[in-house]
Design a protein around this ligand. Structure first.
Ligand SMILES: [Cu+2]
Length: 68
């Protein structure tokens, strides 16, 4: 199991949290998604089936900027 923590700009409310969580959880091998609005982070627990690039794309597709 891997844990990837991404810095994400633009999330401001529970709707954003839900949109990002749902989008990332839909990717293969993702078991848990934890969003912190205060720290602007998205922590993803996954088995490596989805690449970090795919995680980033899923978040960007929802309209948010992934800084790293
Ligand atoms: Cu929002």
């Amino acid at each position: 199991m891997e844990k990837t923590i991404l810095k994400v700009e633009g999330m401001s409310c529970e709707h954003c949290v839900k949109a990002v969580t749902m989008a990332v959880k839909a990717l293969q091998g993702v078991t848990d998604v934890s969003v912190s609005l205060a720290e602007k982070t998205v922590a993803v627990s996954h088995d490596g089936s989805a690449t970090v690039e795919q995680l980033k794309t899923a978040i960007e597709d929802q309209g948010y900027d992934v800084l790293g």
